[in-house]
Ligand binder design. Structure first.
Ligand SMILES: [Zn+2]
Length: 111
């Protein structure tokens, strides 16, 4: 039986594999149902658990955190949470390049 894609409503879902990543880091390939029209992929509960386990194993889980932007003189300060600093091996005192990516994102590039 063919299953219609719940996203586009046009394509059919076929079994395949998708490469998952988190924060730009590869987490490997997992079985998924992939739409032949829009390309949307759906992983099942089991694969989801494996992806989560892999993300935890490589230390990516929970690295995205809400922080507030503080004022410091004429500049603004964004705190880097301790877990993220550890993951990036930052100690403080390093130089970085700060630039916008559109109007909703700040990229901090480490040297
Ligand atoms: Zn689709």
């Amino acid at each position: 039986m063919m299953v219609k894609c719940p996203v586009c409503g046009k394509g059919q879902l076929h079994r395949g594999k998708v490469r998952e990543e988190m924060f730009g880091i590869d987490l490997g390939e997992y079985p998924a149902e992939i739409c032949d029209s829009c390309g949307e992929s759906f992983v099942d509960q089991d694969a989801m658990k494996k992806i989560e386990a892999r993300a935890k194993a490589v230390g990516l889980w929970g690295l995205a955190k809400k922080v507030s932007i503080a004022k410091s003189g004429n500049s603004l300060v964004v705190r880097i949470p301790a877990e993220l600093a550890r993951f990036l091996r930052l100690k403080g005192g390093e130089e970085a390049l700060v630039r916008p990516e559109g109007r909703k994102k700040i990229v901090v590039e480490l040297g």
